[in-house]
Write a protein that binds this ligand. Structure first.
Ligand SMILES: NC(=O)c1ccc[n+]([C@@H]2O[C@H](COP(=O)([O-])OP(=O)(O)OC[C@H]3O[C@@H](n4cnc5c(N)ncnc54)[C@H](OP(=O)(O)O)[C@@H]3O)[C@@H](O)[C@H]2O)c1
Length: 311
């Protein structure tokens, strides 16, 4: 039986969804049922439930603001979860583990697109280095177990993920949910304009959560190397175009202004997914389709829940 850890999250909930869609049973304990910060609980759960393949999608995740305000949980909780789960996978003799890394493990000034071999070749981006260090340690732990014990622990590197159950309008928001929330509220308030940070020239890569989950299920079957594997879409978009696309989907007709005194961040951040393409796995959901589905979920769930608005 497969086990999804983090099954209530943005990525984990879609991993559960695609398992069920493919008729594959899986376990997905909540954090209340299984607190991954507690080694005894983790070991007891694994010995009792005997999972064969494990997706480690549980982590402390957040945007720039959360990362810079609360660095301790980003390094401490993530390291602890990884130590507990990876050790337990070994003790409970699971067949395979997939560890979810993040593209922030690549150097700040990395050549673009970022190939797997650029890992650990330069200084990290300071705004999320605590989180990145924990992720790097997770990858290295998987490699160390494979080297010493011959285990089959793989690490994947997705780009920015978006989709249903994302963090909308809170300190943990990433760029797409933050933009959806901001533009939706501007439309609801009939605001004549919205001001965006930066020039909009920076380019970013985004993958729809269900698309990523389908990819991860295939990678679990087909990929067996200790080397990290990028699992992106292969294309990026400028923040300017992204904002205009989201405004069109939401139907916001006001003016979109740019505050160029605010920083743009890295000019480009795109993972090179050709290694994944070479094993026959590709992303299939377009950004526009993914955004439509995400906004539909936001309207149905988040907007109604927080403001009492109806569609
Ligand atoms: N989001 C992105 O853009 C992105 C990009 C690249 C890689 N990733 C990676 O993908 C993975 C999943 O990210 P996500 O965006 O799905 O995160 P998320 O939506 O914040 O979900 C995190 C999950 O981890 C669980 N969790 C946290 N602490 C736990 C604990 N102590 N015990 C048990 N469960 C715990 C949460 O459970 P509760 O809800 O019950 O707290 C939740 O199910 C992470 O490893 C992340 O680094 C994400």
């Amino acid at each position: 039986m497969n086990l999804v850890l983090g099954g209530s999250g943005l990525v984990g909930s879609m991993l559960v969804h695609v398992h069920l869609n493919h008729g594959l049973p899986c376990l997905y304990p909540s954090s209340k049922e299984l607190n991954l910060l507690n080694y005894t609980n983790v070991l007891e759960y694994f010995l009792r439930m005997k999972p064969r393949r494990v997706f480690l999608s549980a982590a402390k995740v957040g945007g720039i603001m959360a990362n810079s305000q609360y660095p301790v949980p980003f390094i401490e909780d993530n390291l602890r979860i990884q130590l507990n789960v990876i050790r337990t996978c070994y003790e409970a003799k699971v067949d395979k583990l997939m560890f979810l890394g993040s593209s922030c493990i690549y150097p700040r000034m990395c050549d673009q697109p970022m190939r797997e071999e650029y890992f650990l070749t330069g200084t990290l981006e300071p705004t999320n280095e605590y989180y990145a260090i924990a992720k790097i340690a997770g990858i290295k732990m998987c490699q160390a177990y494979n080297k010493e014990y011959g285990t089959s622990y793989i690490s994947v590197i997705p780009p920015n993920v978006y989709g249903p159950r994302d963090h909308f309008g809170d300190v943990n928001s990433h760029v797409i949910p933050a933009l959806i929330d901001k533009i939706h509220k501007a439309k609801a308030n009939n605001d004549a304009f919205i001001v965006m940070w930066g020039t909009g020239k920076a380019c970013r890569e985004f993958i729809y959560s269900e698309d990523l989950a389908e990819i991860l299920l295939k990678v679990m079957d087909l990929y067996n190397s200790s080397e990290i594997l990028n699992t992106g879409t292969g294309y990026d978009i400028s923040v300017f175009d992204l904002v205009h696309l989201i405004a069109r989907i939401i139907g916001y007709k006001g003016e979109l202004r740019w505050d160029s005194t605010k920083p743009d961040g890295m000019p480009r951040k795109l993972v090179d997914s050709s290694r994944m393409h070479a094993i026959g796995i590709k992303a299939t959901v377009s950004l526009e389709d993914g955004l439509q589905k995400t906004y539909a979920w936001y309207l149905e769930n988040y907007a109604k829940m927080t403001t009492g608005e109806v569609k």
